[in-house]
Design a protein around this ligand. Structure first.
Ligand code: NAI
Length: 272
């Protein structure tokens, strides 16, 4: 049966691949992005987020699924704004439209990076929904990143340093948000399965330059992907399609790593 989905970040990479897969399966997809989308919205700021529910409602009064793939990994404030606050705004705005579906599903594209050490102050600011404080702390971390870069012994050290902590922490915070809210009345109680699909390294416009540089190989040594190596956007899209489908009746509140074994290689067996 044809379903109606909203995909954010649909103009590129994983969002584009999942949009294509859903449309190929006969579903309707309402796309959201900064450009080349049905709904052009900048999820980094309040103005861009504010009109989202009404804009989606102009296309459909009920939606069966939302896939939040819009995100950034740059060393910037926008990374905190889009990956955490933009994603939450999307989920909250669309919850009432999801709740009208017979089999509603919501998925956030998280990241393996969410398992890396977060910055405690930034994590707390995210969890207190304090965007002003979060951006102030992110700014400090970005400032430290320049100092770290000067003293880092390798590019990978630099990549795992303060600047990328904004990205890692945004992905940790969004995974925790999903786990906290998934069992609640407004999500599980409304029949909405809410999960995170967390990729390892995926070849997309976000990572192309990195993957094809010596830094990409060094990063793989740090986060090995023993099963089939670096993923394609289509590999991740297939998993997203299932989690968005009516077939997923009982998986909720989970962080599903689509990482070729990276998470288990890094963290070992004790995280179950
Ligand atoms: P991408 O750069 O190909 O696509 C991201 C999309 O998000 C773009 O179309 C972009 O325009 C959109 N976007 C960015 N800022 C936005 C804003 N302010 N408002 C609206 N849309 C905005 O990247 P990719 O790789 O497809 O990433 C998708 C998601 O997957 C991101 O959340 C990323 O963090 C996550 N991810 C990607 C990995 C990778 O290796 N490529 C690994 C783990 C997670």
């Amino acid at each position: 049966m044809s379903r109606t989905y909203v995909v954010t970040g649909a103009a590129s990479g994983i969002g584009k691949a999942v949009t294509h897969a859903l449309v190929s399966d006969g579903h309707r997809v309402i796309t959201v992005d900064r450009q080349n989308a049905d709904i052009v919205a900048d999820l980094s700021d309040e103005a861009g987020r504010a009109g989202l529910a009404a804009a989606v409602e102009a296309y459909a009064s009920t939606i069966d699924g939302v896939i939040c793939s819009a995100g950034l990994s740059s060393n910037s404030l926008a990374t905190a704004q889009v990956n955490y606050f933009g994603t939450i705004a999307t989920l909250n705005a669309l919850q009432p439209l999801l709740a009208k579906s017979a089999a509603p599903r919501a998925i956030v594209v998280g990241s393996l990076s969410g398992t890396f050490d977060p910055d405690a102050e930034l994590l707390q600011a995210f969890e207190q929904d304090d965007e002003v404080h979060a951006l102030k702390r992110a700014m400090e971390l970005i400032g430290h990143a320049k100092v770290d870069a000067a003293s880092a012994s390798s590019r990978v050290d630099e990549m795992m340093g303060s600047g990328m902590k904004v990205y890692h922490t945004s992905k940790r915070a969004i995974a925790r948000w999903v786990r906290r809210h998934a069992p609640e009345d407004s999500w599980a109680g409304a029949g909405i399965a809410l999960n995170v699909v967390a990729p390892g390294l995926v070849l997309t416009p976000m990572t192309e330059k990195l993957v094809n540089s010596p830094d990409g190989q060094a990063l793989l040594a740090l986060t090995p992907m023993p099963l089939n190596g670096i993923a394609t956007a289509d590999d991740v899209a297939r998993v997203l399609v299932w989690f968005a489908s009516a077939e997923n009746t009982h998986v909720t509140g989970q962080v599903i790593f689509v990482d070729g074994g990276s998470e288990v290689s890094r963290r070992g067996v004790d995280t179950v």
